[in-house]
Design a binder for this molecule. Structure first.
Ligand SMILES: [Zn+2]
Length: 499
């Protein structure tokens, strides 16, 4: 903090005059008039809609996300923003590979098992369809030099049933407790899949259920991360193993115990959308100022809607109000010199997918993109602060020193928030710099600021609701973003970069 305060004072001394004032048609409107059109009442009106149950937690590629995209695009149209994608659409559509684990079908001896109740599984397996395959019980499924469960057993073209752990008093490496080793051994012996009887099944489901039931997504055609493709691997409850296969800890291995059908054709290609509204600049219109927030969230958690009022409903409604403020400026004859792209992205919660797609398929050249100001979670007060007069800034000084100075200066003159750089520290274990959409721009050498007010007890829970939002806080932060964007869009020089 000290070094930053010193730099800030220095920049005031050498920086000279205040923020760019543009002459307007009637010479009465100032930048402050536009900034003050960002109002907490309007933010609230938008957020009460976008974070309502009707929007079903806005999960990427799902109906709630589509609905939110439409709301945003309708608002962009209402305030007169141009369609951001080649003048023809507000939507940049992108395909995502969706793997929904709930779609898998596992049938043993004719009985269909219930996902999370009788069985579960992790991971990214290839599409697989197995019909009426023998299940062979091989005990622990270990195949080591001093001890092998595969002696005299032919598991080729069969599905292997194992139990967890390793036997006592045997010369077996601890490494065999690892599921992967057992799956690899089964695969080497020609098995088609592995079913493991899971100790403490219910406790494990309670612990990992939320994580494993949510669809995995990635940009279409990206290729699987796990290069060495493993055969499918399932956990079943000891109760079901006993019930339908008559297998328990004292059962004798080496025999066929039943038949299984597995349908793992769960991959779908769905479509998601970034929503782009564009305001064309005047004499420097080829240069683009980008303002982003992600409007997608997590969907449902065990039947409860995760409304994502803070994450990132707060950033989304800030972008709507920022767009509206810039359009007020345009109406008053104070169109910014550079163009401004207002972009709400989706796929963030699935791994920054929307911003990854945009930066790989940019509608406006990245070389001409001068900044990305990204807003993600600015509606709550975290435990490190007593009041709402603060915001964490992350990344402002990493790529452009101009950007950092402008941000400090407009805040000192206008918004007077406490700018907290705790998470800007390279060594901060939270690594927030890598965790929201600005990172895809930063990767491309584009200066960024990530605006953030920290995590809280409702983070990624169904209780992240609109009642808990501090709208004055969003208003303050959005105005800081406005003044910063205004300065970057209107100054003579393009922002410098260190690279
Ligand atoms: Zn999130």
């Amino acid at each position: 903090m000290k070094a930053i305060t010193y730099l800030f004072i220095l920049s005031l001394i050498i920086g000279g005059c205040g923020i760019t004032s543009k002459t307007t048609k009637n010479n009465r409107n100032t930048v402050d008039d536009f900034a003050t059109t960002i109002r907490k009442e309007d933010l609230k009106k938008h957020l009460e809609i976008l974070a309502s149950d009707e929007y079903e937690g806005r999960e990427t590629a799902m109906p709630g996300q589509k609905k939110a995209a439409k709301y945003i695009a309708d608002y962009f149209a209402e305030i007169g923003l141009e369609k951001g994608v080649n003048d023809t659409s507000y939507f940049q559509k992108f395909p995502v590979d969706v793997r929904d684990p709930k779609r898998v079908s596992l049938r043993i001896n004719g009985e269909k098992l219930q996902f999370l109740k009788d069985f579960y599984y992790f991971g990214s397996f290839n599409d697989t369809l197995l019909t009426q395959k023998d299940i062979v019980y091989v005990n622990y499924g270990i195949d080591s030099p001093g001890y092998s469960d595969y002696k005299d057993i032919d598991v080729r073209n069969k599905v292997v049933l194992v139990r967890e752990g390793i036997p006592e008093n045997q010369p077996i490496n601890e490494g065999w407790k690892n599921w992967r080793k057992k799956v690899e051994a089964a695969q080497e012996h020609g098995a088609l899949a592995v079913i493991s009887i899971k100790d403490n099944f219910e406790e494990n489901v309670a612990r990992v259920g939320f994580f494993i039931q949510n669809p995995r997504m990635q940009l279409h055609n990206k290729g699987m991360k796990d290069k060495k493709k493993l055969i499918p691997y399932f956990y079943i409850s000891p109760k079901k193993a006993q019930e339908i296969l008559s297998i328990n800890a004292s059962s004798t291995p080496n025999k066929v115990v039943g038949k299984v059908d597995i349908d793992l054709n769960i991959n779908q290609v769905l479509e998601s959308d970034n929503v782009l509204g564009f305001l064309e600049g005047t004499d420097k219109k080829d240069e683009i100022v980008v303002i982003t927030a992600h409007y997608d969230h997590l969907g449902y958690d065990n039947g409860e809607v995760c409304n994502g009022a803070d994450d990132d409903g707060s950033g989304t409604v800030a972008v709507l109000e920022l767009a509206q403020a810039f359009m007020e400026a345009k109406k008053a004859g104070a169109t910014p010199r550079r163009s401004v792209l207002f972009m709400t992205v989706s796929g963030e919660e699935k791994g920054l997918l929307g911003s990854e797609y945009y930066t790989k398929n940019p509608v406006y050249p990245l070389e001409k993109t001068v900044v990305d100001l990204n807003i993600d979670m600015i509606g709550r007060i975290d435990n490190n602060h007593q009041d709402n007069n603060y915001v964490y800034l992350i990344g402002s000084d990493k790529i452009s020193s101009d950007l950092h100075e402008i941000s400090e200066k407009v805040n000192a003159e206008k918004t007077k928030l406490v700018l907290d750089y705790t998470y800007n520290d390279e060594d901060d274990p939270n690594r927030f710099y890598y965790r929201s959409d600005h990172y895809n721009f930063a990767k491309n050498g584009i200066p960024v600021i990530f605006y953030f007010s920290g995590v809280h007890e409702d983070y990624h829970k169904p209780t992240d609701d609109v009642e808990k939002i501090d709208f004055e806080k969003i208003q303050k932060t959005a105005r800081l973003v406005f003044y910063t964007a205004w300065e970057v869009a209107n100054r003579d020089e393009r922002l410098n970069t260190k690279h």
